[in-house]
Every structure is written in C-alpha cells, then in structure tokens.
Design a protein around this ligand. Structure first.
Ligand SMILES: C[S@@+](CC[C@H](N)C(=O)[O-])C[C@H]1O[C@@H](n2cnc3c(N)ncnc32)[C@H](O)[C@@H]1O
Length: 277
C-alpha cells in the first residue's frame, strides 16, 4: 500500500468537506460575517499576544479557511498571502477582502504543494485553530514552514489542545476521560455538521468523510526542530476558540474566547519558532 497516495485521497475527501463547510460558514455564529463586514476584527487576544506587531511584515497564513484572520492581520498592516486548498473558502475570503478594501494574495494550494506554486519568503508564517490534525505528514509540513521563512523570520501557531480529543461530555457539563485510547491516525469520521461559536450552534452539511491525525505537541515541536527552526516560546492556556462543552463560559476579557469554570485543563497551545539567520 502506498501511504502517500492514500493520504492524497484522504486529503481530497477533506477538501470536498471543507468546501461544504465554507459555504455553511457564510451563516455561522462562529464567523459572524455581519459583524466582520461591519469592520470587527476576528483576532482574539491570544493570537494578538503571540504574534505582536505585524505592520509592514510579509505574512504567510497557512490553512486560512474563509480568510477572516488573514484579512484582520492585513488590516493591522501586514502584507498577507493566505493559502487554503478549499476553493469555496478562498472565494468567500476574496469577496470579504474586496468588501473591506483589503489587499490579500489568496493562493489556492495544498500546503504540501506550496513550494511548487508560490515564490518568495516571509517575515512571519502563521497558522491557527483546527489545522494540524488535517495534515498527514508533520515532517513535510514543517519543512514547508521553514522553506517560506526568511532567515530570522518567525513561525507562530495557535492551536486547539490535543487533550480535548481524550475528553467527552456525558451531559450537563459533566466530562469524562474517554475509556479507550485514541489511535494517532488516520482517523476516519463521517462528518454531518460543522461548528458554531456556542455549544448548540451546529450547522448540518451534506456528509463527507474526514480524515485526521492526532498529533501530540512533542511531535509538532520535534518536526519544527528537525526542519531547522529554534523554538522560542511555548504556552498552554485554559481558553478555547469556541464553546466546546456546555459548561464553558465566555472569557470576561475577550468575547472570542471560552473557558471552563476553574480552568482545570489547557484548552489551547501556542508556539513561536525562529529560522536562524
Ligand atoms: C478548521 S479550518 C481553519 C479555520 C481557521 N483557523 C479559522 O479560524 O477560520 C481548516 C482549514 O484547513 C484547510 N486545509 C486542510 N488541509 C489542508 C491542506 N492540506 N492544504 C491546504 N489547506 C488545508 C481546510 O480547507 C480548512 O479551510
């Protein structure tokens, strides 16, 4: 069995699914396009704190989906190139950017093929929330990240914590650790709905098979190190980008973030890694 060919097929199925999700996200409580079109930034305090000043920086956003964060970074002064393999997502991103008079270079590509279709290098490479589990090969991904960084440039990732895969809600906010070990992947799931901001905000979509890989944080770190990057910061934080469990409450300082009462576990993690000069 040729794993690479199989993974290509798996990614094709994911691509089809993310096109469906993109169209559903036109009417999403998570993306809230009315507020976005009216000028509200989609960036949360978490990624703003991690990435810092982007003004005048050449900025590559990987797996940008419908482009809200890419556009928001551009509105903070970055020269943004934003990549995704879901053409419907990029179409929506293009229309949103145009409506806000924001210039973004949207590139339609699989991240693994990007060095073949995009030239140039960047001060910042960035990716966020719900991306790494869709990638079958983190070593190859980390090489793509390193390839596009200028010497001295920084990669930032803000990601959902993998511990969440091991926890499920059994009712009324009560959580339990799943009794079975979860295989690292590829996992195959029939997806029939997409996420919203609140726990009950699900939007139904035509079913597709999603393939995913449960990468541990050390696996991500080692892939970045082996690609030649130097880890500068790593954090685990008790905030989540959406209300994943019914007992989560909005962060009192940032309406875009949710937390669990008492902050018992990390819900997201961040890392910044630099390409040496
Ligand atoms: C969960 S969404 C990202 C959401 C984004 N963080 C946000 O807040 O809007 C994941 C995105 O990754 C894209 N994607 C998945 N695998 C990809 C790949 N191999 N190459 C390029 N894009 C990919 C999907 O099309 C989708 O738009």
């Amino acid at each position: 069995m040729d794993t690479a060919i199989d993974d290509r097929k798996r990614m094709q199925s994911n691509q089809q699914g993310w096109n469906r999700r993109a169209v559903a996200h036109l009417d999403s409580t998570y993306y809230d396009l009315d507020s976005f079109r009216a000028g509200k930034s989609s960036l949360r305090s978490l990624e703003l704190g991690v990435v810092g000043d982007v003004s005048g920086k050449d900025f590559l956003h990987l797996q940008c989906h419908i482009g809200l964060n890419a556009i928001s970074w551009a509105r903070r002064g970055a020269n943004v190139t934003a990549v995704d393999f879901a053409d419907e997502a990029l179409k929506i991103g293009g229309e949103l950017a145009k409506g806000l008079n924001t210039d973004i270079n949207f590139v339609h590509a699989n991240v693994f093929d990007l060095p073949e279709v995009l030239e140039g290098s960047f001060d910042i490479v960035y990716t966020d929330y719900g991306v790494l589990h869709l990638l079958p090969d983190l070593s190859a991904w980390a090489k793509v990240v390193a390839h596009f960084l200028k010497p001295g440039g920084v990669f930032h990732v803000v990601e959902i914590h993998p511990i969440l895969a091991a926890i499920e809600e059994v009712g009324n906010g009560e959580l339990r650790v799943r009794p079975e070990a979860i295989p690292s992947g590829p996992l195959e799931d029939e997806v029939t709905a997409t996420y919203g901001d609140g726990y009950d905000d699900v939007q139904h979509i035509d079913p597709y098979k999603q393939y995913s890989w449960l990468w541990s944080i050390p696996t991500v770190m080692n892939a970045l190190i082996e690609a030649g990057l130097r880890i500068e910061t790593f954090t685990e934080v008790p905030v989540d980008c959406r209300q994943r469990f019914s007992n989560m409450v909005r962060d009192e300082n940032d309406e875009g973030l949710w937390r669990m009462p008492g902050d018992p576990i990390p819900l997201s993690w961040t890392c910044s890694a630099r390409k040496p000069e």
